[in-house]
Write a protein that binds this ligand. Structure first.
Ligand SMILES: Nc1ncnc2c1ncn2[C@@H]1O[C@H](COP(=O)(O)OP(=O)(O)OP(=O)(O)O)[C@@H](O)[C@H]1O
Ligand SMILES: [Mg+2]
Length: 239
């Protein structure tokens, strides 16, 4: 890279839920424009790592840096204002607002101004949302809700979009649509952190991958290395 600090970085973080010590000295970073996966079996700490970096469950020790500046303990609001958008597992769209309202509520201009995501750009990327623009959030299918959550995140003009369980629980054809959207977002230069169990779809898209195991980073490397190392998959990923 050009020597710029990572967009977001965790250094030796330890995160707890009450007395339960979940993350044990985790290091993580993502540079501008990178697409990075977080892999690992259920309950290994992927969501907790995201929550730690976003200030939702701040680490008890270690530090979080955004653009090289320490922001450990900063509020989620402060972090998202720095161009980091979060698509959580439970999606959290507004059920009683229609698609258009869900989108316009989220809209925020980006630092560059000119390249901002507009409704037109969003509907070009998500033709299904255009068809459904008058439907209420609670009338959408699971796949449409996930599209709306991603679209809403884009309306904040992020530099980094974080997708927890990008395609979990969705039908196979909708999954393919989501992966195509992820590829198109990548092509615009926005960085992504993606959590998903579908390694076959993830690895070709991602530049780097982290395997989270029992609250530690068991492996970090490029997709090709991971594909050439089936033992790693067997040890940490396959059920
Ligand atoms: N709110 C919470 N309170 C207490 N323990 C929690 C809480 N959330 C998660 N945990 C525990 O922390 C550990 C890590 O959970 P986490 O949700 O980060 O895993 P994950 O890798 O995202 O799993 P999944 O693939 O199922 O989403 C698990 O043992 C889980 O039971
Ligand atoms: Mg999770």
């Amino acid at each position: 890279m050009n020597g710029a600090p990572p967009i977001i970085e965790a250094r030796k973080i330890h995160t707890y839920y009450g007395d339960s010590h979940v993350l044990h000295g985790v290091d993580f970073h993502i540079d501008a424009g990178e697409t990075v996966s977080l892999l690992g079996r259920n309950g290994m700490g992927k969501t907790t790592l995201l929550r730690s970096m976003l200030g939702l469950t701040p680490p008890r020790s270690g530090s979080i840096h955004v653009d090289g500046l320490e922001c450990t303990g900063a509020s989620t609001h402060e972090t998202t204002r720095k161009g980091i958008a979060f698509v959580p597992e439970d999606r959290g769209i507004f059920p009683n607002l229609d698609v258009l309202e869900n989108l316009t509520m989220a809209s925020r201009s980006g630092p560059a101004g000119g390249d901002d995501w507009t409704l037109k750009r969003i509907f070009d990327l998500f033709p299904r949302l255009h068809e459904r623009r008058d439907h209420m959030g609670n009338q959408l299918s699971g796949g449409e809700q996930q599209m709306l959550t991603i679209a809403r995140a884009l309306m904040t003009n992020p530099r980094l979009i974080i997708l927890d369980e990008a395609t979990e629980g969705l039908a196979p054809l909708i999954r393919l649509e989501i992966w195509e959207i992820v590829r198109q977002i990548k092509a615009t230069g926005i960085a992504s952190i993606i959590v998903d169990k579908d390694m076959d779809a993830l690895l070709p898209i991602c530049d780097r991958n982290y395997i989270v195991n029992k609250g530690t980073i068991a492996y970090q490397g490029k997709s090709r290395e991971l594909l050439e190392n089936p033992d790693l998959c067997k040890q940490y990923l396959c059920v």
